[in-house]
Structure formats: structure tokens, C-alpha cells
Design a binder for this molecule. Structure first.
Ligand SMILES: [Zn+2]
Length: 367
């Protein structure tokens, strides 16, 4: 564990960016050798589900709510709250990305559809996203990240990002984005990098597996990679595993993403960025009204939701006007009215549907 990591808040170390397996076996075998029987795997899933750990497979989602439109009472309230705000924090979790067509890797069905070869080997998302695999199985795990990188590149941020950007650009006191997503979609949708806190890192950058030696852009390394056409679970013959760029260091590189059981995540840049975001929040004028748009952030990996609750508590303690708009398809929706006496609204639904509905409601208000 490096110095920067040790100095981070507890939530950074104990939660996983992409998921957070709190109940991992200490001696997980190398993934190439893994031969878990179907029965044993089902038993493990059952046990994990009972533990309610963050790596437990997702329960079946509730029935999708009817799409909200601009006449929905919650949507109209959200439009009013946004219309009377002077600053915006967009707090986005995985639900924001999914509407762009990215697979939900925690869903067994979507995992199997996206990576049938891995599923056939009884390897799940939680098995792949472990930091140790960049040392013990680098060709397998790099092939998987190559798939993910290509998936992100092929997808386009959905129109809800542009809606958010327009609202943010109109905020008198400015805006910031706080996200656990590693896909870089906010930047691709036009948000300046300086405005986006990626609390779990990004696929856009690499780091040394040592956790030292800084971070650097990942595009060149990913472009050089290709997957074995005969076996999509490993890199093609002759393709080299990306290495650390520091002269004299012989270690492998890895994406700068917080992984399971990760003591070597290079979080220095993310921590510094988070500090600048905190300074921006603290410097908001006393007459500001902050709207926090929490989009697709659940309790499974609670970093984003915890950040929202921290900001709300901090502002309310200083009697600063704060509005909270929580958008979530329903898996983790909670009514925060007990702890948040300020203005808030909880809207069940998908990010794209609700954001565009709120936008329509705002247009009706100003018409
Ligand atoms: Zn290195």
C-alpha cells in the first residue's frame, strides 16, 4: 500500500470501484486454472447473496416503472428545483452509463452474453476485476480489458449527458461531476476533464502494478493489443503485455482503476482532483443554491451515494440551500426525507428517460 492510498478516506480503500468484494477467498487460484463446478458456483453465489456483500450478484430488478414524462409530479418538482438552483453537482453511478448500451457486468445474463467464453469457464466479473491478476494472469486479464476498452470506444454517451451539460453550462455558480464510472463518457460528452472527479479512476489511463511511477494515457497501449482469434480469453500470440513506462521497471502496467483487493491503486491524481472539487464546493457563495443530481448511483458500490450524503450534511450544517434530485430505476431508491429536511425528490426510472423528461418539463415551465 503506498503512501497516497493509505492517506485516503476509509471509503476509498474498502470499497471497490467496479464492485467491491468484501468476502473474497484469500487464496483464490489463478484464473487460468480455475475449475469451479457448476454446483459449487451456484452454492457460492447463494452464499454471497446471503452475505449481502457488495459482490453479491444483483437481485432481479423490480418491474420497470412506466416511463415518466414531463407531467409526472416528481419530474415537475425536479424541474422546479433545478430552475431555482445556481450550482450543480452531478453525482453519477453505473446507472448513468448503462443507458448508453454498455452491458451491466453484474447481471449474470448480460455477463454471459458479453463474455460467453469467460462464463463457460465459470469466470464472473468479480473474478476478473482483481488487482492480483495483472501479476498472475496478465494475458487473460488484459484480453478482457481490451474487450472492455473496445466496448467503451464503440458506444456513444446517450443524450442525457448533453442535457446535463446544458443545465450545467447555465448554472450561475458553475458545476462539477463526481462519478464512479471509468468509461470517460462525461469527457466525451463535452465536460472538461477539470470538472470531472473520477473517484475510482479511469480506463483512459494506465499505471504500474507497483502502484508507483505515476499514471499515463492508455490509448496507445490498447491500440497495440489484440485478442487471440482462437481463444478470446487471452491475448494473441506475439502481443506483449503492456509494461510500466518507467525506465528500469520491469513490472506490468494495468488500467488506473480501483480493483478488488487493490492495495496498489495509484490514486494520487484522483485524490488531488477530489481536493480541488471540495475546494470549489467550499467556495460557493453563501447565496448559492446547490442542486445535486444523483443519477444511477446505488448502495451496492456506495461511494457516489456516500459523497452525496456528505455534501448534503455539510451544506445543511451551514444552512446553505441544497436541492437533491435522486434518479434511480428502483433497485436502491430510498426516500431521504428523514435525514434531509431540505428540498429533494426521488424519481424512479432510467437515467436517459428521466433526464430528458425533466428537460421537457423545464422547457414547459419557461414557455
Ligand atoms: Zn513501474
Amino acid at each position: 500500500m503506498n503512501q497516497q492510498h493509505r492517506g485516503q478516506p476509509k471509503t476509498e480503500n474498502t470499497q471497490e470501484p467496479e464492485s467491491a468484494p468484501a468476502q473474497e477467498d484469500e487464496d483464490t487460484p489463478q484464473i487460468q486454472k480455475k475449475q469451479t463446478s457448476q454446483t459449487a458456483n451456484q452454492q457460492r453465489i447463494h452464499e454471497q447473496h446471503n452475505q449481502q456483500g457488495p459482490d453479491a450478484p444483483l437481485p432481479a430488478p423490480p418491474p420497470a416503472p412506466a416511463p415518466a414524462d414531463a407531467t409526472d409530479v416528481g419530474v415537475k418538482l425536479a424541474a422546479q428545483l433545478l430552475g431555482t438552483s445556481t450550482a450543480i453537482v452531478v453525482a453519477a453511478g453505473a446507472g448513468m452509463s448503462l443507458d448508453s448500451g454498455l452491458p451491466d457486468y453484474r447481471s449474470p445474463a448480460e455477463w454471459t452474453a458479453a463474455f460467453p467464453e469467460l462464463a463457460a469457464r465459470q469466470l464472473r466479473y468479480e473474478d476478473m476485476a482483481k488487482a492480483a491478476h495483472f501479476d498472475d494472469s496478465p494475458r487473460v486479464v488484459w484480453a478482457w480489458y481490451k474487450h472492455r476498452y473496445d466496448t467503451y470506444q464503440a458506444a456513444q454517451p446517450h443524450a442525457g449527458y448533453a442535457v446535463l451539460k446544458r443545465w450545467c453550462d447555465g448554472a450561475r455558480d458553475g458545476y462539477r461531476v463526481f462519478t464512479s464510472n471509468v468509461d470517460g463518457f462525461f469527457q466525451r460528452a463535452g465536460f472538461p476533464r477539470s470538472s470531472v472527479v473520477e473517484c475510482h479512476g479511469s480506463m483512459a489511463r494506465l499505471q504500474c502494478t507497483s502502484g508507483k511511477h505515476g499514471i499515463w494515457k492508455s490509448d496507445a497501449a490498447f491500440r497495440k493489443l489484440s485478442v487471440d482469434p482462437q481463444d478470446p480469453c487471452t491475448l494473441a500470440a506475439g502481443v506483449e503485455v503492456p509494461r510500466c513506462r518507467t525506465f528500469g521497471c520491469q513490472r506490468h502496467a494495468r488500467p488506473n482503476i480501483l480493483l478488488f483487493k487493490d492495495t496498489a491503486w495509484e490514486g494520487t491524481a484522483a485524490t488531488a482532483h477530489r481536493g480541488r472539487y471540495g475546494a470549489w464546493l467550499d467556495a460557493l457563495p453563501d447565496d448559492s443554491t446547490l442542486a445535486i443530481l444523483e443519477v444511477g448511483a446505488g448502495n451496492l458500490v456506495p461511494t457516489v451515494r456516500l459523497e452525496v450524503e456528505r455534501v448534503v450534511a455539510s451544506r445543511l450544517a451551514r444552512q446553505q440551500r441544497t436541492h437533491v434530485i435522486r434518479i434511480n430505476p428502483g433497485r436502491d431508491v430510498q426516500d431521504p426525507s428523514v435525514q434531509w429536511p431540505g428540498q429533494h425528490v426521488v424519481i424512479r426510472g432510467k437515467a436517459f428517460d428521466i433526464l430528458t423528461s425533466i428537460d421537457a418539463a423545464m422547457a414547459m415551465e419557461t414557455a
